[in-house]
Design a protein around this ligand. Structure first.
Ligand code: SF4
Ligand code: SF4
Length: 446
């Protein structure tokens, strides 16, 4: 085997698009602290994209960690597992932090945190077994999109993937859990990458990390020094470097056309924490029952990374970090650019949450909306080469044809256009409206 030298990598900057944002990686040095003293968890039956699960337990049942409490026969779905041991207290509709009603299993803790006896490493001898195991693990992508991972890893027939890209960009400000995965679980990252390459028959892998994480780049470079088919790549820190299509272009120079998928250009992009989790699951059989999140923002007393059982309330996670030091004006899950505002902090933390960020009114900037001054800054930064002002105009008059011609569907809702707009125009909302108009028109026309 040819030996690779560990070398200092120059950051790759293929795209001139995107924006520079302050990183605020305040918790970068904080290894996730495990939160185990939990009294109650609320486990929604829909935490992923696809079909909801149906509860497989009844009120009063004793459950232990890793036991299935909800599942579905549909392919595009993943099971939900108990994240603490205890008794099923209720099954019924609760509201998510965004106010959406969802069926959930509520478990009251017995304070023992017992593991389910039936957990054991899955037996895998081929790709089919591997994908089945990934589904059984309850994994729906730890990057935040919530797409069931087994479906993502299942390349459509007729397509050949030659490059696996491990997405370690973590380009949103504040969030540092992927960075910690590189530092604290480096072996899982490498072994997980190899597992995917092996079972999915992918020849090469690129571990792509933004250049504001030099320790992660060094560590990965050292560990892959003797892996000729795994390359570590330093990418320029620019938002949204972690967006799938931008990541593919940065890592390989291949462009994914509008309406096409990564497999159409021979690529597969998987988040680093997802890959690392897969390795642990294959070794132990312990499904997705906890996850790391960053808790930060100007309203939080002690910002830190914590590892929480899925389903604890947002309030409990914040209290574990010392609570709020000031009344929060805005609380979001995910990063400040693509994150979603929360309206109920009694609601549970879901598999898709990578961060809870809370900001005071003083530090939360609200732009007043003015008329467009045709400066074109929005178009200049768009990573998908769209012209947001055109899309806004066509969305206002609901012109589906023009919206399709403008490739509005290619928008990844990264928010870069709205971020740079000096007139405070809520461009992302217009982009979302544009997609709805196209969808409605498509449904009408059959
Ligand atoms: S138009 Fe969409 S993809 Fe382009 S910058 Fe705006 S939100 Fe991002
Ligand atoms: S950045 Fe704002 S003001 Fe400038 S062209 Fe775009 S929408 Fe208009």
């Amino acid at each position: 085997m040819k030996e690779k030298a560990v070398r200092v990598l120059s950051p790759v900057s293929r795209s001139k698009r995107g924006i520079s944002v302050s990183h605020h990686k305040n918790t970068a040095n904080c290894e996730p602290v495990h939160m185990t003293d939990v009294k109650t968890v609320f486990l929604p039956m829909l935490q992923h994209i696809g079909a909801p699960c149906t509860p497989t337990v009844s009120v009063g049942d004793e459950v232990s960690i890793g036991q299935i409490v909800g599942d579905s026969d549909e392919y595009l779905s993943v099971p939900v597992h108990a994240s603490i041991s205890g008794k099923v207290k209720s099954i019924g509709v609760i509201k998510t932090a965004q106010g959406k009603p969802v069926e959930a299993v509520t478990i009251e803790s017995d304070d023992k945190m017992r593991l389910y006896d039936g957990l054991c490493p899955p037996e895998i001898s081929n790709k089919k077994d591997f994908l089945k195991a990934v589904r059984n693990s309850g994994l729906s992508g730890l990057g935040g999109a919530g797409f069931p991972t087994h479906a993502k890893l299942n390349t459509p027939s007729g397509k050949k993937v030659d490059t696996l890209i491990i997405n370690g960009a973590e380009c949103e400000p504040y969030i540092t859990i992927d960075y910690r995965e590189f530092i604290d679980k480096s072996d899982d990252v490498i072994e997980g990458t190899k597992l995917l390459m092996h079972y999915l028959e992918i020849e090469n892998a690129v571990i792509a990390i933004e250049d504001n994480k030099p320790a992660a780049i060094t560590k990965m470079s050292e560990l892959t020094a003797n892996e000729p088919n795994i390359k570590v790549m330093a990418l320029k820190s620019v938002y949204p470097q972690g967006a799938e299509k931008m990541m593919i272009y940065s890592a390989t120079g291949r462009r994914v056309p509008v309406g096409k998928f990564p497999a159409d250009v021979g690529c597969m992009v998987v988040n680093v924490s997802t890959v690392s989790f897969i390795n642990r699951y294959i070794k132990t059989g312990k499904p997705l029952v906890s996850r790391s999140i960053t808790v930060d923002g100007s309203a939080v007393k002690t910002p830190q990374n914590i590892r929480v059982p899925i389903g604890i309330s947002i309030n409990e996670a914040v209290d574990f970090c010392g609570g709020f030091k000031e009344e929060p004006y805005k609380i979001i899950t995910g990063g400040p650019l693509m994150g979603i505002s929360l309206i109920d902090t009694d609601a549970p933390i879901l598999k898709t949450y990578s961060a809870i960020l809370a900001f005071t009114k003083k530090t939360h900037k609200i732009k007043t909306e003015h008329d467009c001054i045709r400066c074109k800054r929005c178009a200049a930064v768009c990573p998908m080469h769209l012209v947001p002002t055109d899309i806004e105009r066509y969305a206002i008059v609901r012109d589906a044809e023009k919206l399709i011609e403008s490739s509005a569907e290619a928008c990844i809702q990264c928010g870069s256009c709205a971020y740079v707009c000096p007139s405070g125009i809520p461009l992302v909302q217009y982009l979302m409206l544009a997609k709805d108009i196209i969808r409605e028109a498509g449904a009408k026309n059959g």
